[in-house]
Design a protein around this ligand. Structure first.
Ligand SMILES: [Zn+2]
Length: 428
């Protein structure tokens, strides 16, 4: 992508020189080792667009490596022609160009790719691509073996900093899930107090390990509109399932008082540990999920109550940009995070970056997060698109005489690196 402004090339070249903070990724291990050329095309999020443009049966057929390329190509060709202009497709196109030297997608392309499939399992290869993307650090939400975090033996993928994966701790619905948490600290839990104490101990252990933030993506399976139930209401649910290990609290109403109560308790722990809280808002991976429950505006009461907790609201709340701008502008404890959003919808981000600059203090914006698991070649492509989006947005504003080119460079530095470095205390 290219901007129209006279200073675009200058600003884009400057962005290329900047190290960037990857505010959100899921790379628990290095990889993958590609075994199928169609996997190269369909890795990451792109399968969702292909599925949306074809059918469930088509995506299953395409991902079946046992079927020949000749057999699958007509299905892929038809779907590709219908979806090759989305942001996700842009990632695939850039990967094809950079790592396989291919400009177009044909059956012959797949034959050539088959001869040079990437193996990203080697940490050095993985790190080399991160270096090319100039990704200085990445915040990893990887649901690790918690025991390894506590004893310090967990090894992170290159340039990684750990996030504390929160949802499993407050979505507990039965005895067994509670004891799963208890086993981490080698205790059998019998009460809500004991459960909270175990959680606190685990989170403190994460901080000692080096965790830089909490991360919560509960919006996939529940509304972000947390209530504020009493302890008695929460304890009634907890005690109900604890007194009979065969019971399980029902979704969503049965478990809600406990889930909501625990979430608030964990916000207090985040405050005490002085760690920010990253929250998934907006669009969800996969297809066919309910978007209304993920709108960041649902968090208003949480944000207002927990003034001393610093919230990092994810994915530019796509497609609810207006609500996100409002929250960022009005609450000192809210930052806007464009992780993943730069490829969900590049044009939305270009527009929202502009709007954010004019409405939200620019020191509260985090511009990039790759949000893949492995697939570091896609993180490279994603970083390129994020740099494009920021350079396009800011150079357009320079053209408007809204700010000078030097000021635009300062903002680009803050959005790609400085703000996140400070917010997450990465010490880079
Ligand atoms: Zn994610």
């Amino acid at each position: 992508m290219k901007g129209n402004a006279k200073c675009y090339a200058d600003l884009r070249a400057y962005c290329e020189t900047l190290p960037i903070v990857d505010c959100h990724d899921h790379s628990g291990e290095c990889g993958p080792k590609y075994e199928d050329p169609i996997q190269v095309i369909l890795n990451g999020y792109f399968p969702s667009d292909i599925q949306s443009a074809s059918s469930d049966a088509a995506i299953i057929a395409l991902q079946d490596k046992e079927r020949s390329l000749e057999d699958r190509w007509p299905i892929l060709e038809r779907a590709w022609k219908r979806t090759c202009h989305t942001g996700y497709a842009q990632v695939t196109r850039r990967v094809l160009k950079k790592f396989y030297d291919e400009d177009t997608l044909t059956l012959e392309t797949l034959y050539r790719i088959r001869e040079k499939l990437l193996d990203l399992t080697d940490p050095e290869t993985f790190d080399h691509i991160l270096a090319e993307a100039n990704i200085a650090a990445r915040i990893l939400d990887i649901w690790p073996d918690t025991r390894k975090v506590l004893d310090g033996s967990l090894e992170l993928t290159p340039r990684g900093r750990l996030a504390i994966s929160l949802p499993g701790f407050h979505a507990v619905r039965n005895y067994e899930e509670v004891q799963g948490v208890g086993r981490v600290v080698k205790r059998v839990i019998t009460s809500l107090d004991e459960y909270l104490a175990a959680c606190r101990e685990i989170f403190e252990g994460h901080k000692r390990y080096g965790a830089v933030t909490f991360k919560d993506q509960s919006a996939y399976s529940r509304s972000l509109a947390y209530g504020n139930p009493t302890r008695a209401e929460a304890e009634a649910v907890f005690n109900w399932f604890m007194e009979d290990p065969r019971r399980s609290a029902s979704y969503p109403d049965g478990v809600k008082p406990l889930d909501d109560y625990l979430f608030h308790e964990f916000m207090r722990m985040a405050r005490d540990l002085d760690l920010p809280v990253q929250i998934h808002t907006g669009h969800m991976a996969g297809i066919r999920n309910d978007i209304a429950k993920t709108n960041a505006v649902g968090l208003t009461k949480v944000i207002e109550l927990h003034q001393e907790v610093r919230f990092d609201l994810f994915h530019a709340n796509w497609p609810y940009g207006g609500e996100l701008i409002y929250l960022g502008k009005n609450y000192p404890n809210v930052s806007l995070d464009f992780c993943w959003a730069n490829i969900i919808d590049p044009i939305y981000c270009q527009n929202l970056f502009k709007q954010a600059l004019s409405a939200v203090p620019h020191g509260k914006i985090h511009g990039y997060g790759s949000d893949f698991g492995g697939s570091v070649e896609r993180a490279w492509a994603h970083a390129q698109i994020a740099r494009d989006n920021i350079a396009i947005a800011l150079s357009d504003l320079v053209e408007l005489d809204y700010l000078s080119l030097d000021e635009a460079k300062e903002v680009a530095h803050a959005w790609l690196f400085g703000n996140a470095n400070e917010f997450f205390r990465l010490g880079l």
